[in-house]
Design a protein around this ligand. Structure first.
Ligand code: IMO
Ligand code: MG
Length: 426
């Protein structure tokens, strides 16, 4: 198979970066298709850690072409900083192309994001405050600047003259400072000088590569439960992290997404507000949070912790057509004596066989769990499924049975090689 799509099956931070990095080495092309610098992960390369927010994980491999595709929102200052960081660490040869259709995220989007979260008070979403929502809103309102606009500075100026007065009305409504057209123009002119050679119609490039049977890896950002359409609205992001959105965010046909690898943690986490049926607190949550270093990479917020939630994962498996699963952070569960798995949802005393579409109903969900014994052994050196402690094997087999999907990849420690691959996918 020449393409592989990766999707986070929970609320983000599933450990997608490690698996993406693993497959990026084998790919010809790595594509980020949606979201922006709300995503964040670090990858290990030749013993050095690199923090990536916008750049695809193939960026450290010289032979890989990395694509920032149409559906992305790109903060150019953040992108240039990431590239500078690479340069500073001696990575100077990389292959990066940026879609002329990708939307530019500007400082005023960040201002609006922050001001709105504040205005929402107790109803805040808990965004990463990177301006993602306001930037996608401008795209839908047809009030945004796109990467392609940087290729003609005169028409860029005209665009800014049309858009900025409208944005200023919005900023002033939030008590913010109006922005100056020239200031934004100067910022973008500088970005244009630095990035213009990389801005292309990536759909032409990708379609050609697809026809030539090149190996394309679609990197996932965020998680399915943060999807604008199918997540726990309104506590979601402003785009769709589902693999089903890939064609519409890259210009490739549906058939280009034929293998879907879902990434899940061995338990659940969530940052930000919103319903979380399998959430736990107290000492058990604390132990998992500490052992799993469950603090946001972008915002440093402590992550909320919960058990694995089968109804939630089954829902995601079905809406995304997941064909294979990678389980991450399995080693963390040795921090507790007993592991629970949520197997059923109840609302008003009745079992339901769906994930409620409203926050109102979702917040009424009561869960049923099963309990399995944990293990005390260090699993980080296990090289095969059979080498795992028997309780650990049982945990995995139980999940496979409940989800009706095979777990083909098992991550046993943060290290790149500490990964049991039961089936080659790519
Ligand atoms: P990665 O790629 C975890 C969450 C935020 C918030 C909601 C909306 O690292 O898995 P936004 O800034 O997107 O408007 O915030 O979405 N969120 C993430 N949570 N991992 C991410 O990305 C996230 N990207 C957004 O915490 O609840
Ligand atoms: Mg993250």
């Amino acid at each position: 198979m020449s393409t592989l799509a990766i999707e986070g099956m929970q609320w983000g931070d599933e450990g997608k970066g490690k698996i993406t990095d693993l497959y990026a080495m084998k790919a010809d092309i790595v594509v980020r298709s949606q979201g922006g610098n709300n995503a964040g992960h670090s990858i290990q390369h030749n013993g050095v850690r690199y923090a990536l927010r916008l750049l695809p994980s193939g960026i450290l491999n010289e032979h890989v072409v990395n694509v920032l595709a149409d559906g992305m929102v790109i903060n150019p200052t953040c992108l240039l900083e990431e590239l500078d960081n690479l340069n500073n660490k001696g990575i100077t040869k990389y292959n990066l192309v940026i879609s002329s259709r990708a939307t530019i995220l500007l400082p005023y989007h960040i201002e609006i994001d922050k001001a709105r979260e504040e205005a929402l008070k107790g109803n805040k979403i808990g965004t990463t405050k990177n301006g993602i929502g306001p930037c996608y809103e401008d795209k839908a309102a047809r009030l945004s600047i796109r990467m392609g606009d940087l290729l003609d500075l005169e028409s860029l100026k005209n665009r800014l003259e049309a858009i900025v007065p409208i944005k200023n009305l919005q900023l002033q409504a939030f008590g913010g400072k109006p922005v100056d057209i020239d200031e934004i123009f100067d910022l973008l002119k500088d970005v244009a000088i630095k990035l213009k050679d990389r801005i292309i119609d990536t759909t032409v490039f990708l379609r050609k590569a697809y026809k030539e049977n090149k190996k394309i890896l679609f990197e996932g950002a965020q998680g399915a439960m943060l999807c604008l359409n199918y997540g726990t609205f309104p506590y979601v992001t402003s785009s769709s992290p589902l693999v089903t959105a890939i064609p519409n965010n890259t210009g490739l046909p549906l058939t280009a997404v034929n293998q879907v690898l879902g990434i899940m943690k061995a338990y659940s986490t969530r940052v930000g507000e919103g319903p979380f049926p399998s959430e736990i607190d107290g000492d058990i949550a604390h132990r998992i949070r500490e052992k799993g270093h469950e603090y946001g990479t972008v915002t440093k917020r402590p992550r909320r912790v919960g058990w694995l939630d089968i109804p939630q994962l089954k829902y995601v498996k079905e809406i995304s057509g997941i064909t294979s699963i990678a389980i991450m952070l399995l080693d963390v569960l040795s921090a507790v004596e007993e592991i629970k798995i949520v197997t059923k949802y109840y609302v008003d005393g009745k079992e339901i066989d769906y994930v409620p579409s409203t926050v109102f109903e979702l917040s009424k969900v009561k869960v049923e769990t099963i309990t399995l014994p944990s293990w005390k052994e260090d699993i980080s050196n296990c090289k095969s499924f059979e080498e795992l402690p028997i309780n650990c094997q049982k945990y995995i087999e139980t999940i496979e049975k409940l989800l009706e999907c095979s777990i083909d990849i098992i991550s046993v420690s943060p290290e790149k090689d500490a990964t049991i691959i039961r089936k080659e996918l790519f």
